[in-house]
Write a protein that binds this ligand. Structure first.
Ligand code: IPE
Ligand code: IPE
Ligand code: MG
Ligand code: MG
Ligand code: MG
Length: 303
């Protein structure tokens, strides 16, 4: 199973990688800004979110190709979030996707602007590439997942907990689940919903809402499990294979699963979230099988 899913992920990553340079080209802009955008966007990321967009399109009964532009848009938003996440005012990291972080390679202002441009560019791609009704539904979905009620809100929570660390601010697993669901779960949820929307297009009604509700649950729990495994990799992984610094979370006083409940309990929580995600994907029938397999692969990931 693992080998199949690895091959599938590689093939989907190739599809999205083939689209990224021309999408960037279309956004235009001054040379140094474009270089900074390309520097982190084209660096070797796993392209997991784009893969989810395409696999969700398949689960909703469509073709991967229908979801390509949505996949590109999501990768742009994700990459912006990484560039900003690494800034000195946030996690202050030096290594990303196996390279110096964007602000290290260029400068802080350029990294901030490269992030801004990738974020806005994502909405341009959606608006240019889909018919108006589909485009507006996609923009809505992505804005909700990425904005203050989703990822940005989760990043704000993440930093707030970091700054309140120590006695007087005892966190609970429920607090942590909320941080992770927002900062990571919300964008994963948007990914799978986008996949369904580009396939169903102008349609509404029962079949769309049935697949949306299963995909929604899949995305939320997959995202939660993904962030738990990210926290575990910070503790147990090596910088070489994950392409970013390790042992940073505890040093910064981050609220993380292994920090709060230990590695074993964290693996258990990730396992539970994965089971819930798998169950949701099974409701999608045959077309949902790759999503089931992808969820199963999460616990074994080493990068
Ligand atoms: C890192 O995401 C940020 C988190 C939400 C944990 P990925 O691990 O998907 O990063 P890339 O895209 O492969 O670099
Ligand atoms: C980042 O979480 C989540 C984002 C929204 C970018 P982390 O701060 O743990 O991600 P890494 O470990 O730096 O990739
Ligand atoms: Mg962070
Ligand atoms: Mg970080
Ligand atoms: Mg992390």
């Amino acid at each position: 199973v693992s080998d199949d899913i690895r091959n599938l992920l590689r093939a989907l990553a190739e599809q999205v990688n083939a689209q990224l340079p021309s999408a960037l080209q279309r956004l235009g802009g001054p040379e140094r800004l474009r270089e900074a955008m390309a520097y982190t966007l084209l660096a070797p990321g796993k392209r997991l979110r784009p893969a989810l967009v395409m696999l969700a399109a398949q689960a909703a009964g469509g073709e991967h190709s229908a979801a390509r532009s949505a996949a590109v848009a999501v990768e742009m938003v994700h990459t912006y979030s990484l560039i900003h996440d690494d800034l000195p005012a946030m996690d202050d990291d030096d290594l990303r996707r196996g390279r110096p972080t964007c602000h290290r390679q260029f400068d802080e202002a350029t990294a901030i602007l490269a992030g801004d441009a990738l974020l806005t560019g994502a909405f341009q791609i959606l608006a240019e590439d889909y018919p108006p009704k589909t485009a507006s539904l996609c923009c809505l979905e992505l804005a909700r997942g990425a904005g203050s009620g989703g990822m940005v809100g989760g990043q704000a929570d993440d930093l707030a907990w970091e700054r309140q660390r120590g006695p007087g601010a005892p966190a609970t697993v429920a607090d942590l689940e909320q941080v992770h669901s927002r900062k990571t779960g919300a964008l994963f949820r948007a990914c799978v919903r986008l996949g369904a929307i580009v396939v169903q297009g102008e349609q509404t009604g029962d079949s769309l809402s049935r697949s949306l509700s299963a995909l929604d649950r899949f995305g939320r729990f997959f995202g939660l499990a993904f962030q738990i495994t990210d926290d575990l990799l910070d503790v147990e992984g090596d910088a070489e294979s994950i392409g970013k610094g390790v042992r940073k979370d505890a040093a910064r006083g981050k609220l993380t699963y292994p920090g709060l409940i230990g590695a074993d309990q964290s693996r258990k929580k990730a396992g539970e979230a994965i089971q819930t995600a798998m169950q949701a994907a099974r409701e999608l029938g045959m077309n949902g099988e790759p999503l089931v397999a992808l969820a199963g692969y999460l616990l074994e990931r080493r990068q």
